[in-house]
Design a protein around this ligand. Sequence first.
Ligand code: OAD
Length: 233
Amino acid sequence: MKNIVILTGSGISAESGISTFRGGDGLWDGHRIEDVATPEAFERDPDLVQSFYNTRRAQLATVKPNPAHAALVALENAWQGEFLLVTQNVDDLHERAGSKKLIHMHGELKKARCLETGQVYDWQGALTQDTVCACCQREGMLRPHIVWFGEMPLAMEHIYHALRKADIFLSIGTSGLVYPAAGFVQEVRRNNRNCRTVEINLEPTAGRSYFAESVYGKAGEVLPGFVQQLLND
Ligand code: OAD
């Protein structure tokens, strides 16, 4: 029985209608990253940051999982060894498709966190600086449960534990530019020279030389066939 770890990035959600981070103009939905995705930005202009994530949270109601998300659910359901899906995405498309063994290493749009206690809440609607936090009973204490630049990604111990035992590592729809996720392929190779490493992307990425195999195309088009092959191997 083989152990598999899968890393996904915003490319897997592109065909669902969610824009990737580095496509096109270098802006993220019209904003510079440092204006909306850093702790300093939140201190400087919390209303702007809240409203940016409120828009993205609301957008989730207008999109749905695509065949690439579904293929990973089929893989998880049929897989005999250990399985872990690590996503950098903050959307909820993997879980809506049915993925269970899933870690959101960069947080989740549909969660909010208390600045005082660290308590995490499920969150569906808009979050504002007037929202009263249920645990500390104060306004202005809830922030999006998103990992901003300069902050530590979530569940890293769990992820590295799985990477060290991986026999197969797939990296899907991620540019491989943001660490630590970009370094996962090197981590698996360091621990297991025979680990099968596959990059699945529209085009070769900056980290392509670390992968022994590659499949280029839209994830929604190439992943279902790739998963079927993997299950037949
Ligand atoms: P990027 O925008 O950097 O990269 C998206 C990747 O998806 C690119 O390599 C595209 O070629 C590929 N792609 C686009 N459409 C695709 C499709 N239909 N099928 C397959 N691949 C496709 O996004 P990420 O790599 O996810 O972090 O970015 C990583 C992190 O940087 C994000 O999680 C976010 C961002 O800053 C935080 O917010 C902490």
